[in-house]
Design a protein around this ligand. Structure first.
Ligand code: GUN
Ligand code: ZN
Length: 432
């Protein structure tokens, strides 16, 4: 049996600070040890108590750094690593001018394999250990990503996008082909090692009704798979969706009618939703995914967290980078931009809420609570080691920091990949 003991300042979240309160939401050990056996967490506690029972475990001392569960990103696009930082367009033009051009290159397996390796390296360097990922329309792009993730033993949720209209011919499948390819990928990858499948109709503009129905059929046949798509990101997109589906009451209704709303459904963006639509997401326990850097960069709008989570009908929320509409792989930078988006709306985003969101919160958004995102006994030991003094500016600011919350706020406002000292995947350190 392989036993590993990590010593450092340990922090994980037991519950949502917005509901449980600051005192009860987290578990913190100023000098703690995390005991890992065969890649799973078996014990967490004060170093003084656990040191006695280390036995043959290898001890790695990360003090004074902070050890947290690995970050989880609930929405991003693996074929868009060379779309990131494309100048001057809003969503529909951005898709045609940049995104659909790059995604065509993923017909080439060598290209897809190389990008899969880069993509997973970049996630790990940023402390992200699990992500919900869109591949290109080509089934083998999903094979490339899953194969590389499987080789690294990372837990990924991913799927090939289904799109049968509204894009260059080279990027189109058909309703039947999208169904068949997705079904074969589910058989190949869903539940193999740590890989999980997400049925991924790109959005209403690039899927016919027949294809959305096919996606609904796949979810009906494989209810333990995920569903991911985009919803109400941009006003021109909403108008175009309603023009294509004139009998829908609103954008969300298009997906509802195809049976796409459920507990494992992730809807990217959700910026411009009506009360009825938020109510529908709440009723079906679906997840709205907040993508702050992307929403700012593509000029889509400000995600209204308070309205989305309103007590009368709270919608589950995930937080994500949305590479390559998003501008950073770092979940720390993503939290910084989320904070600013909420500031513009007079809403708060305390550091505890923010770090809960990218660990246990996003694990809950993926229905993986207890599996990843925490130090729960038996949880997979995906971890990030954070250095709040990683840059001169951070170290300088840290001289005046007195509390853990202040330190976390420095990390989220000033931190990025440089603040990630180490990332562990199933108890194995990966080069950063
Ligand atoms: N809507 C449909 N496809 C996409 C995409 O690739 N990125 C973003 N941000 N929105 C989308
Ligand atoms: Zn997206």
């Amino acid at each position: 049996m392989k036993r590993l003991a990590l010593r450092g300042r340990l922090l994980d979240f037991m519950d949502d600070p917005a509901l449980a309160g600051a005192a009860a939401c987290c578990r913190y050990f100023d000098d703690g040890i995390l005991l890992i056996e065969n890649g799973r967490i078996v014990e967490v506690g004060e170093a003084a108590q656990i040191l006695e029972k280390l036995g043959d475990a290898t001890l790695v001392d990360h003090r004074p750094h902070l050890i947290m569960p690995g970050f989880i990103d609930t929405h991003l696009h693996f074929p868009q690593t060379q779309v990131i930082a494309s100048y001057g367009a809003q969503l529909l033009e951005w898709l045609q001018k940049y995104t659909f051009v790059e995604e065509q290159k993923f017909a080439d397996t060598v290209h897809a394999d190389r990008h899969a390796a880069f993509f997973l390296d970049e996630l790990a360097r940023n402390g992200t250990t699990t992500a919900a990922v869109y591949c290109s329309v080509h089934a083998q792009s999903a094979d490339s990503l899953f194969a590389e993730s499987h080789r690294r033993n990372m837990r990924m949720v991913a799927g090939k996008v289904m799109m049968d209209r509204g894009a260059p011919d080279a990027l189109l499948d058909t309703a039947q082909r999208g169904y068949d390819d997705s079904k074969a990928l589910i058989a190949r990858w869903h539940g193999r090692g740590r890989q999980l499948y997400a049925v991924s109709p790109r959005f209403a503009l690039t899927s016919t009704r027949e294809q959305l129905d096919a996606a609904g059929a796949l979810i009906g046949e494989h209810p333990d798979c995920y569903l991911q798509t985009h919803l109400a990101e941009n006003r021109a997109e909403i108008a175009a969706a309603l023009a294509l589906y004139p009998d829908a009451r609103d954008y969300t209704h298009i997906y509802e009618k195809a049976g796409l709303l459920g507990e494992k459904s992730l809807f990217g963006h959700c910026i411009h939703l009506s009360e009825r639509e938020l109510g529908a997401l709440h009723d079906r326990k679906s997840v709205a995914v907040f993508c702050p850097t992307s929403n700012l960069f593509i000029g889509s709008g400000l995600f209204d967290l308070a309205k989305t989570r309103a007590a009368a009908r709270p919608v589950r929320v995930g937080v994500a980078t949305d590479i390559g509409g998003g501008t950073s792989y770092s979940m720390l930078q993503t939290l910084a931009e989320a904070y600013k988006v909420l500031q513009l709306q007079n809403q708060n985003f305390p550091a505890l809420d923010a770090f809960y969101a990218i660990t246990r919160g996003n694990a809950r958004a993926l229905s993986l609570d207890g599996v990843i995102g925490s130090f729960d006994t038996g949880a997979e030991a995906d971890l990030v080691v954070l250095n709040a003094r990683a840059t001169p500016s951070m170290a300088h600011r840290m001289e005046t920091v007195e509390t853990l919350e202040e330190e976390l706020f420095v990390l989220m406002m000033l931190g990025d990949d440089r603040a990630v000292a180490e990332t562990y995947v199933m108890g194995e350190g990966v080069a950063c």
